[in-house]
Design a protein around this ligand. Structure first.
Ligand SMILES: Cc1cc2nc3c(=O)[nH]c(=O)nc-3n(C[C@H](O)[C@H](O)[C@H](O)COP(=O)(O)OP(=O)(O)OC[C@H]3O[C@@H](n4cnc5c(N)ncnc54)[C@H](O)[C@@H]3O)c2cc1C
Length: 553
């Protein structure tokens, strides 16, 4: 039996894009609210995000710029089964209609709610940044201005002249943090939820949570409801492998980490009181941004759209900024055995086929009829493995030489690269470089001769002007001048797109299709909705906050 030490009407777990709106809405509806956050800081992945928020359905911004949209059009777009990515994976086919209907109806009100709670959207027409995966029929992407908040990526505000025009997750989350304090939400930082409690008999209502705070356990009672807003599961190796067994431990560079983790704690605690998972295909499908090519190499956290600076308040966790790659002609990528496996300059699929057929008829089978299944070669090649029976592909290393360092203007030393962590190596010869690559995820030694042969063959392609193995367009630079370098370049995991089963009211549903009384969920910890990011999180936070506050105590 829990020993309640504090209590509130509504207890929210997580202070990200779902949790803060949920807490503010519940508080403003008259409920007392405790919000617990595992980290010593608020914001979750939303804080370090690009901040682009795809809310439409007839927002004031859309109306101002003459964009005609409606909840029905949002619903139609996000349930159009015929929209597929160039690799054949359908973005929206497996979305739960009930959940999408709620999002469509709450999309424009959520935009207005954010604006009314201090988020300064850049005064410009909503656009399609983020591609068809967030827009489709009409532009819906809105951009919160970073303003003068210190950015967590750098520890400093953006340059004065860009503060009103630069989009950032800091610009979304800092105003919401201020709004939460103003509304009287009690925020408990460094309080990590470890269990959810539910009555054993009777209505079997959820009654509260246990949190861990600096080694001590604390039971917090929720008189009305608990809202799970914990942000997903991709950081939990065993959990994510339920969807894709290849995602073994070497995929340690999650986007958004180490500001906050996606450790599946919300999903696991809710499943322990009977919750079901939902929409699992959406996690298994190979969508453009789910697993990505890193943008920076030689560090653990090299996600292409997140660049950490040494001034970040969490730089002790990040350890190295990484070397941002300007031109993938400057290096080759090899697996643990020192073998190349694809054209390093190739990108990855980022947009679907919406609108590519004229006339485009939503939900028409002909939209998808010409799409051949083409597995994303970059990610699948990197994760193909070395034939030793292990599920994951193992570390991927960028190999380059002193001339590449000069061309890219890199400084191959700390704090730019993580030598102590084992994510960067250098040596006077290729054979010595291969021998030096010893770190926890390199489970077999790289044969020195193999690396030498790979580089020799590649240099031959530069002479010939043709990559006979992987058709890299006209290989330009030999790898010949010592010292030689090996920098971590393993794919980065991004979104969680499957999680707890919820209904339109964001109530969590059990394995028998029954609502678990007093338990809500939204954002990346909720399933049934394949849409990148902030919009679904904020929208479901608003819905959850409203409904949780209206529960009987
Ligand atoms: C680099 C990057 C760029 C992005 N750019 C965009 C973009 O431009 N547009 C877009 O739409 N989306 C973007 N996203 C995605 C977007 O940020 C997320 O989808 C969104 O933040 C998810 O909201 P959430 O509330 O589910 O989780 P989060 O915002 O991650 O919040 C979850 C919070 O819960 C806390 N928590 C977890 N477990 C516990 C526990 N047991 N106890 C207490 N607290 C816990 C976490 O510490 C965290 O603070 C981006 C993500 C990243 C990483």
């Amino acid at each position: 039996m829990p020993d309640w030490q504090c209590e509130a009407d509504v207890v929210v777990i997580g202070s990200g894009a779902t949790g803060l709106p949920a807490a503010i809405v519940a508080r403003e509806a008259g409920a007392s609210v405790i919000l617990v956050e595992a980290q010593p800081h608020i914001g979750g992945h939303a804080m370090v995000s690009g901040g682009n928020v795809a809310l439409g359905g007839g927002t004031s911004a859309q109306k101002k710029y003459g964009i005609v949209d409606s909840p029905d059009l949002v619903f139609q777009d996000l349930t159009d089964w015929s929209v597929v990515e160039p690799n054949g994976f359908p973005d929206y086919r497996y979305n739960d209609r009930e959940i999408i209907r709620a999002f469509a109806d709450y999309s424009a009100p959520t935009y207005e709610w954010l604006a009314a709670h201090g988020v300064m959207f850049i005064d410009a027409p909503p656009d399609k940044r983020g591609g068809n995966a967030v827009g489709n029929s009409v532009p819906r992407e809105n951009h919160p201005a970073v303003m003068d908040w210190a950015m967590v990526q750098t520890g400093k505000p953006a340059r004065l002249e860009t503060q009103a025009t630069r989009c950032s997750g800091n610009g979304l989350m800092r105003p919401l943090e201020a709004a939460a304090y103003k509304a009287g939400v009690e925020i408990m930082l460094e309080h990590k939820m470890t269990a959810i409690h539910r009555e054993a008999t009777g209505r079997r209502r959820v009654t509260g949570i246990t949190v861990e705070h600096r080694g001590a356990a604390l039971d917090i009672r929720a008189r009305k409801a608990v809202i799970v807003a914990t942000g997903g599961s991709t950081g939990n190796i065993e959990f994510r492998r339920m969807f894709d067994p290849r995602l073994t431990e070497e995929y340690c560079g999650l986007a958004g980490m180490p500001w906050s983790d996606q450790d599946a704690s919300g999903e696991i605690a809710a499943m322990a009181v009977g919750a079901s998972l939902w929409g699992l295909y959406n996690q298994t499908g190979e969508f453009g941004s789910g697993i990505t090519k890193p943008g920076s190499i030689g560090c653990q956290y090299g996600y292409c759209h997140l660049h950490w600076g040494t001034g970040s308040p969490i730089f002790d966790r990040i350890r190295a900024t990484g070397l941002a790659v300007k031109d993938w002609q400057d290096l080759i990528l090899v697996n643990m055995l020192g073998q190349r496996f694809y054209d390093e300059t190739s990108g990855q699929f980022t947009a679907n086929n919406h609108g590519s057929i004229d006339p485009y008829v939503p939900n028409d089978w002909r939209n998808a009829s010409d799409i051949a299944y083409k597995p994303n070669n970059l990610i699948n090649a990197a994760m193909a493995g070395i034939g030793d029976g292990h599920n994951g592909g193992g570390p991927i290393w960028a190999i380059f030489d002193a001339d590449a360092v000069a061309r890219e203007e890199w400084k191959p030393a700390p704090p730019y690269v993580d030598i102590d962590g084992g994510f960067f190596f250098s040596a006077p010869s290729l054979a010595e470089l291969a021998q030096k690559i010893v770190m926890k995820y390199q489970r077999v030694a790289m044969p020195p001769q193999a690396l030498e042969e790979t580089v020799k063959r590649y240099n031959g392609f530069v002479d010939a002007g043709r990559d006979a193995d992987f058709a890299k367009p006209k290989p330009l630079h030999k790898i010949a001048k010592a010292p030689f370098y090996a920098a971590w370049a393993t794919p980065v995991i991004h979104d969680t797109r499957a999680g707890l089963r919820i209904n339109a009211r964001t109530q969590v549903v059990d394995m028998n299709g029954k609502v678990i009384p007093g338990l809500y969920c939204g954002g990346e910890s909720a399933g049934g909705f394949s849409l990148h990011g902030l919009a679904r999180a904020a929208c479901q936070g608003v819905i959850a906050g409203q409904n949780a506050a209206s529960e009987e105590s």
